[in-house]
Design a protein around this ligand. Structure first.
Ligand code: SF4
Ligand code: SF4
Length: 366
């Protein structure tokens, strides 16, 4: 595998060209690494006409719709590019309309929770699953939110960044029309559902009402940046329906998280702790799960061990899935992960105290 010289320590390392700096320098020489990190995110956002600054300081109107809480200057957009400050008022998608696309996905599907969820295994049958095994013959209504409040340099669904995809909002009515009797779950993903959460919450409530007395699980695949004010409703919707909340814990050190995603992980970890309080309210199907993408050179043993320890201290029964890396977007120059390395990391996650750990996307290992 070709190593590159880190721009700070000059040592040959696994270094993504877009960042130019290695993991060790990000951690040990953060002040010097920061201009490289800022440059990488500025560059990758400008090409999609998305705001390059983190919008945490300065003047403007505050958007509270997700945990980023952008301070948006007059006439400008928030970090997700979905909301704008127009004469002091934040305008954008709301609970009746959203930038969203959707499709019916036959169950069992390849969602991150499929290895233990009711749709993939029949867990929670008969209260939360139609079958005592994989729910063949049923569907997941997969709802893709076009927009995100992070800027992962390896984003696998990066196409939502093209603003022409966000030229038309869809209504609750249009989505509800896809909800036939064979739909067993609704999964919100994207991009991320958090910047458009009011729409997902309203849709879930109407869908549950429409499908009264039949199983309809509400699930979330998210980066975890939900507004804390909306989180109780999101948890309740999943709890009562047998749904699962999957939160990506992308890195343990906030510096690594910032380098890879453009934002620190403090609020995500806080939200994870908040959701974990509700696990004991439903034992038949796990309410919360976590996943981490193993990014060669950046998210390996130390990041995963610390994340796993953090999860295990909350509850050792929380399922944790590690995902093999797929070189994409601005990190397409990174190598595939070695099988040996992935297995070592998996062992560490178990050694940190977690009981339910697995490795996904194994076909991507070398
Ligand atoms: S939804 Fe989040 S990212 Fe988008 S403008 Fe509001 S606070 Fe910023
Ligand atoms: S959170 Fe997901 S959708 Fe958003 S930028 Fe990161 S990888 Fe892409």
């Amino acid at each position: 595998m070709a190593l590159k010289k880190c721009s700070l320590c000059s040592k040959p390392k696994i270094v993504a060209k877009i960042l130019g700096v290695c993991r060790e320098c990000i951690l040990e020489r953060f002040t010097e690494a920061l201009p490289y990190i800022d440059r990488a995110h500025k560059l990758t956002r400008e090409s999609f006409s998305l705001p390059s600054s983190s919008l945490t300081e300065g003047g403007g109107a505050r958007c509270n719709l997700c945990a980023r809480k952008c301070l948006i200057p007059e006439g400008c957009s928030g970090y997700c590019g979905l909301r704008k400050n127009t004469e002091g008022v934040i305008k954008g998608p709301h609970h009746k309309e959203a930038f969203v696309s959707w499709y019916l996905d036959p169950l069992p599907t390849n969602c991150v929770a499929d290895w233990f969820c009711p749709g993939g295994t029949g867990c929670g049958y008969p209260q939360f699953s139609y079958k005592n095994g994989p729910e063949q013959g049923f569907y997941n209504l997969a709802v893709f939110f076009e927009g995100c409040n992070l800027n992962c340099l390896y984003c696998q669904n990066w196409h939502f960044r093209y603003s022409h995809l966000r030229s038309k909002k869809s209504s609750l009515k249009e989505l509800l029309m896809s909800l036939n009797q064979k739909v067993a779950c609704v999964c919100y993903f994207g991009g991320d559902p958090s910047p458009q959460a009011p729409f997902a919450i309203k849709l879930s409530k109407l869908a549950i009402e429409k499908r009264m007395d039949s199983i309809l699980r509400i699930c979330w695949e998210t980066n975890g940046l939900f507004s804390q004010a909306l989180l109780p409703q999101i948890i309740e919707l999943s709890l009562i329906t047998g749904g699962i909340i999957k939160i990506d814990l992308k890195a343990w050190h906030k510096e690594i998280h910032l380098a890879l995603t453009g934002f620190g992980n403090e609020k995500i970890l806080q939200n994870f702790v908040f959701v974990a309080q509700f696990i004991s309210k439903r034992e038949s199907v796990p309410l919360l799960t976590a996943s981490t993408l193993l990014v060669p050179g950046y998210v390996e043993e130390e990041e995963v061990y610390n994340i796993a320890k953090f999860i295990a201290e909350l509850n050792p029964e929380i399922p944790y899935r590690l995902l093999a890396f797929s070189p994409q977007f601005y990190m397409s120059d990174l190598p595939l992960l070695e099988k040996k390395k992935a297995n070592e990391v998996l062992k560490l996650a178990k050694a940190a105290g977690l009981k339910i750990v697995s490795l996904g996307n194994e076909h991507l290992l070398r």
